[in-house]
Design a protein around this ligand. Structure first.
Ligand code: WT7
Length: 653
């Protein structure tokens, strides 16, 4: 890193005010209320969080201190005891929610199941007994490797109920990745399924587990849910059918209370290089962050039916499918399969069929829908929707407008939520009905969150200049450490600004506009240096995608003798568009017009697809190596589709 700040080139200036209709029913009511509550939350954080923790969580033993902060280590609500699963389930029993749907599930083949809070409670109680009977003690690690089926939620909550620590490993990961993660956290038990449905085929999950655990000495037993009925091997003495173990177990389970800081889960997230980082989240603070943000950001109402398209293997699935929503007593819709199975309108079909009111998805998915064509959307009414959300990467204004027009029918607010696996819950976000939105901006901080855009010395940069995004104060749902590696934790997140050892470095570049709105412009590692200007990838990509021929784009730098770095962009075109030299020139000029000639790409390369992680993030590091004309050497275990890379190499000019 040099001392230079980042030049921000985005020119988006549209503002969307909340409609009177949405505003009239919003949980927070007015922007003034937001300002008041926000300012209390950062000026008197202990008072604010103490009140929220008492109001939102069910405690078995009250906490003594709100926060003990010895940077980079935080402890929240010490002295308190609670049970996280009780906070998601038992609290709703004996209330009007008892017989309300907790989960509405649709499998990829079209099978539908509805599970009420009362039913979910007894599912979890039974599994809690099974876990205890198989020797699981508080603090033991359980690996969950499952398709998106209700039993995955049950497994997480049962683990929490007995004080075990779950690590959910996304069902698309290979046996090798599974093995590494199991070994890193020394899991004792694996919960899996025979298979899961994906694009009409069975993903052989149990077979993957069998391969992985040849080399995982700590795993003693495997519980297997029957989902697809595909043939599998069961190893005597090690593997048990979930159903068989579960059937004899009692429906009630008296849960123990655990300390506020008792570990709840480990979630592995790919470091840009090297082995995955085991992000550790603990109980009370995490749950409070997830619950409070769900309630306000999604403006939850008793009648909502909420659909988050993220897999349970990502933090979004943890916070905004399971913990945040169930603790609020909401109805969560769960879908097992692919968005284009059998056709690209599957989501829209399900939204109409189940009367979904809130949709939370990712820009990469939105761009895929745009590419597939509006007709798939226009076949459906979508009139039950009242709120839309976006997460995972900066949403380019083009996609934002499409989402707003085609899906939201111009009446649904869009909440563009910025956060990370590490932050546990949403950090920067509009509140619907309250915050005026600008396409591409995550807008303003959530309660208790203190973000700042700074230069390399940790000094705040002037408005509209780019810089590094930091969080200057601890918050309840922050990660506590990296599993078994306090030193890596400190290095990765609290070492960027030696004169501010208490600043959490997000790794993102951002800019704040004149209204104080935050615009995330990409990962700092990916920042482009074009003729001495440091520009965020998101801004160049957004300019490219605003051209009607372009479906998706990735911008990377290539070493250049003259300029230091030349700008190379990889572009996929919309269906029906011819990718030829003429278009290359048009796109170069388009970026020149949108941003200025300084950002005109030196090279435009067409691609059939871009290499992405399994959660949909473009792996620019690989494209950078490719653009530099070299071999791809770095770690590719998180790559979703290897054929994309092969095709890109072939296309080499
Ligand atoms: C990184 C975190 C948070 C759950 C899903 C991803 C990028 C995420 C936004 C947004 C701009 C965003 C950031 C962040 N990101 N949401 N609304 N606007 N950028 O979790 O895999 O831990 O990734 O995703 O770069 O640091 P994750």
């Amino acid at each position: 890193m040099t001392d230079q700040t980042i030049t921000s080139v985005s020119r988006e200036s549209r503002v969307f005010k909340p409609s009177a209709e949405f505003k009239g029913q919003a949980n927070l009511g007015s922007f003034d209320n937001y300002r008041k509550l926000y300012s209390e939350s950062v000026n008197a954080p202990e008072k604010f969080w103490s009140r929220q923790a008492k109001e939102h969580l069910v405690w078995r033993k009250p906490f003594k201190d709100v926060l003990q902060w010895k940077p980079p280590f935080a402890k929240w609500f010490t002295g308190g005891k609670l049970n996280v699963s009780e906070n998601c389930l038992d609290r709703h029993l004996g209330t009007v929610r008892e017989n309300k749907a907790a989960i509405i599930f649709e499998g990829e083949p079209g099978d539908v199941r509805t599970i009420t809070y009362k039913q979910l409670h007894f599912h979890v109680c039974r599994l809690a007994h099974v876990l205890e009977n198989s020797g699981i003690k508080p603090g033991d690690r359980i690996a969950i490797y499952m398709p998106m089926i209700p039993e995955a939620v049950v497994a997480m909550l049962a683990s929490a109920r007995v004080g075990a620590v779950h690590t959910v490993i996304f069902g698309g990961f290979s046996p090798e990745s599974l093995k590494d993660r199991i070994n890193d956290c020394k899991a004792k038990l694996v919960i899996t399924a025979d298979g899961g449905w994906r694009r009409g085929k069975v993903v052989e999950m149990k077979a993957n587990v069998d391969k992985a655990i040849v080399n995982t000495p700590t795993v003693q037993s495997v519980l297997v849910v029957k989902r697809c009925g595909n043939e599998i091997n069961m190893t005597e003495g090690r593997d048990t059918w979930y159903r068989e173990a579960w059937v004899g177990a009692p429906n009630q389970h008296s849960a123990k209370a655990f300390d506020s800081e008792h570990p709840l889960f480990i979630l592995y997230t790919s470091g840009s290089t090297g082995k995955p980082k085991g992000v550790l989240h603990t109980s009370a603070g995490y749950l409070l962050g997830a619950k409070l943000s769900s309630q306000y950001v999604f403006d939850l109402k008793e009648s909502d039916r909420y659909f988050c398209t993220a897999d349970i293997g990502w933090i979004t699935g943890h916070s905004y499918v399971v913990y945040g929503l169930l603790s609020n007593g909401s109805t969560v819709f769960l879908y097992e399969g692919a968005p284009n199975q059998p056709e690209p309108d599957r989501f829209w079909q399900m939204i109409d069929r189940h009367g979904i009111t809130i949709l939370y998805t990712a820009p990469t998915a939105i761009r895929a829908f745009m590419r597939w064509g509006d007709n798939y959307v226009l076949r459906h009414r979508l009139d039950s929707l009242r709120l839309l959300g976006s997460v995972g990467e900066p949403i380019n204004p083009e996609a934002w407008m499409w989402y707003h027009r085609l899906i939201g029918k111009k009446k649904c607010p869009i909440v563009d939520t910025w956060w990370q696996t590490e932050t546990g819950s949403i950090m920067i976000t509009p509140l619907p009905g309250v915050t005026p939105t600008k396409p591409g901006s995550a807008t303003l901080p959530f309660f208790g969150v203190c973000p700042l855009v700074v230069d390399s010395d940790g000094k705040e940069v002037p408005r509209n200049s780019g810089g590094k995004l930091v969080i200057t104060k601890p918050w309840p749902s922050m990660l506590r450490t990296l599993w078994g590696d306090d030193e890596r934790y400190q290095k990765a997140y609290y070492s960027e600004f030696p004169n501010h050892p208490e600043y959490y470095f997000t790794g993102d570049g951002a800019r704040r506009d004149k209204d104080g709105y935050f615009w995330v412009i990409g990962r700092i590692d990916d920042v482009l240096n074009v003729s001495g200007h440091r520009i965020g990838t998101a801004e160049v990509e957004s300019a490219l995608v605003s051209h009607p021929s372009v479906a998706e784009a990735a911008a990377v730098g290539r070493p250049d003798e003259l300029k230091g770095q030349a700008l190379v962009v990889f572009v996929t075109v919309k269906s029906g568009v011819e990718a030829n030299d003429g278009l290359k020139e048009i796109l170069r000029n388009h970026v020149g017009k949108e941003i200025g000639s300084l950002a005109k790409p030196d090279q435009v390369r067409f691609a059939a697809g871009l290499p992405k992680t399994r959660s949909g993030k473009i792996m620019r590091r690989l494209l950078k190596e490719l653009a530099a004309g070299g071999e791809i050497k770095g770690d590719t275990t998180t790559l979703e589709d290897f054929s994309v890379l092969a095709a890109l190499k072939q296309n080499d000019e």
